[in-house]
Design a protein around this ligand. Structure first.
Ligand code: CMP
Length: 139
């Protein structure tokens, strides 16, 4: 059954480029309510924990180095059909394949520096939101 929440992070490239406001505006104008939000920075180790599912992939170490290279903005978002609708809003993982007008089409620079993360399932949305926010913060 679909839940109504998803999890996202604005990644270091988009934070560094000054796109927090533009991306957050697109998210809100698409009908998502921001349940939780903060600006923080991952260590290589905590990035590794977050992306543990990709630990066997060839890009894992580079991904963790990149994700710990600057500030990020994790958020929990609420909307009907949140996981699927958010993935539509952000576009394909590789910005070269992202549909016109999607967040990655507009703001991403490479498959690694792809502006935002979006959960791929309701289960992972819950796990990922809990990684960054306490129970009180997720209320
Ligand atoms: P994200 O949605 O955060 O989930 C895993 C991330 O790994 C993905 O976005 C990309 O930034 C990164 N990624 C996926 N595939 C590749 C790849 N082939 N090369 C480098 N990075 C990748």
């Amino acid at each position: 059954m679909a839940t109504n929440r998803t999890f996202t992070m604005i990644k270091p490239d988009a934070v560094e480029a000054g796109n927090i406001g533009a991306i957050t505006k697109m998210i809100q104008e698409a009908g998502f309510r921001i349940v939780a939000m903060k600006m923080t920075k991952l260590s290589q180790e905590t990035a590794g924990q977050f992306y543990e599912v990709h630990s066997e992939r060839p890009f894992y170490n580079d991904l963790c180095t990149y994700m710990s290279s600057g500030a990020i903005v994790p958020m929990i978002l609420e909307k009907d059909n949140a996981v699927e609708d958010f993935r539509t809003l952000i576009g394909a993982t590789n910005p070269a394949d992202a549909a016109e007008g999607t967040i990655r089409n507009l703001f991403a620079t490479s498959i690694e520096a792809n502006a935002v993360h979006g959960s791929d399932s309701d289960e992972n949305a819950t796990i990922e939101g809990s990684f960054f926010f306490s129970e009180t913060e997720r209320y």
